[in-house]
Design a protein around this ligand. Structure first.
Ligand code: 13P
Length: 253
């Protein structure tokens, strides 16, 4: 895995009220307080960010947002800017999650603008991509990923992407209990890393973190992390429980 520092990130999606989020974050902070060999991030709903930020401040748990909008401010009802996320304590922003693409019509072009905004605001973007089951079955996985990564990273130069994290999340593995095998994950991660090498250079290809998401659990994290191009995980369901998530953080059953 070269010298890439693992990132274990929890995407809480539309789960947890403010008080539930505080309770889980507080437990997690204690459970992972001795972890020094991985970055740990949680992305609660927007409504809980500020409160959770107070709880995890000074700990090894960082805060992330599940989305952002590319404008700084304005008449955009329901949207959240990078400056708002920074002021709520966020360091990371998940961008282009398949649920946003699927249910909210988020396009590659929107994803590209959001990554630009995150980077220019000093938020670490976690750029999500992945194929659907039908696309995998029709053997279109690599062409779909090529299009997503090409469009998502359009117009960037290498230096701007130093902090970028890519999350490979096969849509068919999200919330289904069907994890990609470690071999399937490795194959795609290696493809993405070689895309970076070809288009943005060898240095970035070596340093960029590519994490896997889709039914990650304590029982499969160690095998996934054994793969040379898997640098961490973006965890949905199993991140909602502090004990279970802390096991994933330790790559422990
Ligand atoms: P699950 O871990 O629930 O499959 O969700 C994965 C995911 O979408 C993380 O962003």
């Amino acid at each position: 895995m070269e010298n890439r520092r693992p990132l274990i990130a929890g995407n809480w999606k539309m789960y947890k009220t403010c008080s539930e989020a505080l309770e889980t974050a507080g437990k997690l902070k204690d459970l992972v307080k001795d972890v020094t060999d991985a970055d740990v991030m949680i992305a609660p709903p927007f409504t809980a960010l500020s409160a959770v930020s107070d709880v995890v401040k000074g700990s090894c748990v960082s805060l992330g947002a599940q989305n952002l909008f590319w404008e700084n401010e304005g008449a955009y009802t329901g949207e959240i800017s990078a400056a708002m996320l920074l002021s709520a304590g966020c360091r990371y922003a998940i961008i282009g999650h398949s649920e946003r693409r699927q249910h909210f019509g988020e396009t590659d072009e929107a994803v590209n603008k959001k990554i630009k905004t995150a980077i220019s605001s000093d938020l670490i973007p976690i750029f999500c991509l992945g194929e659907t089951e039908a696309e995998r079955e029709s053997k279109d996985t690599f062409s779909v990923l090529d299009k997503q990564v090409t469009n998502g990273l359009k117009g960037f130069v290498t230096d701007e992407l130093e902090t970028l994290v890519i999350a490979y999340e096969p849509v068919w593995a999200i919330g289904t209990g069907k994890t990609a095998t470690s071999g399937q994950a490795q194959e795609v991660h290696a493809f993405l890393r070689s895309w970076i090498e070809k288009n943005l250079g060898n240095m970035l290809a070596k340093s960029i973190r590519i994490v896997y998401g889709g039914s990650v659990k304590p029982g499969n994290i160690a095998e996934l992390m054994n793969m040379p191009d898997v640098d961490g995980a973006l965890v949905g369901g199993a991140s909602l429980d502090a004990e279970i998530f802390s096991k994933i953080v330790r790559f422990d059953k």
